[in-house]
Design a protein around this ligand. Sequence first.
Ligand SMILES: Cc1ncc(COP(=O)(O)O)c(C=O)c1O
Length: 389
Amino acid sequence: MDFDAALQAGSQCVHAGMPEFELAGPLSPSPEFATAYHQDLDDVAPTIYGRWGHTAADRLEVALGALDQGRSVVFNSGMAAVSAVLLGLLRPGDKLVLFEGGTYYETRQISDQLIDRGVTVQVLAGVDELRAAVVGARLVVLESPSNPLLDLYDVRAAARVAHAAGALVAVDNSVSSPLGQCPLALGADLVMSSDAKVVCGHNDLILGHVSGRDGELIETIRHWRHLHGGIPSPFVCWLAHRSIGTLEVRLLRQNANAAALVELLAGRPEVAGLRWPGSARDPQRAIADRQMKLGGGLLTFQLPDRAHLHRFLRSSRLVSAATSYGGLQTTANDIGAWPHLRVPDGLVRISAGCEDTQDLVTDIRRALDAALPVSVHSYAAPNAHGVTG
Ligand SMILES: Cc1ncc(COP(=O)(O)O)c(C=O)c1O
């Protein structure tokens, strides 16, 4: 069940963790639905129990480890993975450093709970502040690109500064996925991911994982999962592993669709503040070039106000208003509706799906036209919400 480190990421997606060759054996694994296993009465050591581990999780961990270039531990959600890192590694008296814009809201909420448990938490505006802040820290957490604003943080620079001060670095890689960016290769100690997003990619699974290269650190995380019961079921692991087979194909289509949408949006006068890490015009393109392999499927931009944004979304047939991202279907989030973010009304995050590129561009162009304040338009087909434009 080992993986061949010489293979490219796309081949790892297809082959890592799959059954070994066996004459007349299956090419694909099947989940084993057992919580208890027959025990050897003379040797209790190899006792197996479903909360401690199972074959479908082992196989999925081989695949994710191959993609992250480390060893992985799977969890039943992204937040379970984040919790294992924050709560499993930090003790009273430790210091945690994180970034104002670059931390998922619920990760921030966990850090607030840590303050009540005696952990010092310092929140920074940017990597420039890290050198002074990291003194005495145990852990630095960053998220790049950040969800939902797609701000980038220089992972290599952060790891260099943090390591010089003896701190660990954990990177939330949910937005990019291991194919878009490999934080362990950039110097991070741990990667955390919500795999409900790009990794599983079908808007139908909740899953997360943590990866690292240091055996002791990974065993600490695994032991946390063992005690806290965070292992996903065999069925979910099997389905996730199956989904990863097409990860590269999906991501390349999402990336191409995002690139085409950026071309369209860049020429629209009602669009401002367009962000996509893959764009030559993105203000943080230099950081993207240093650490990202692909821009990915997420982009954000500003429409004049919320009413305009809602007209746009109601006019589209292919874009569904929905939270989450990275799935087959193109989705959009009204970011301004999240009060904790304090961003202007009309800011939208689009997650480009795997639809045909021309169909998506045509649909979004028509929806933007239909959303213009004074417009005479003929596009009135029912959209994904059953609403006509
Ligand atoms: C960047 C990031 N981290 C963590 C999470 C939490 O993951 P989950 O919803 O799988 O628990 C999310 C979910 O949106 C996310 O976008």
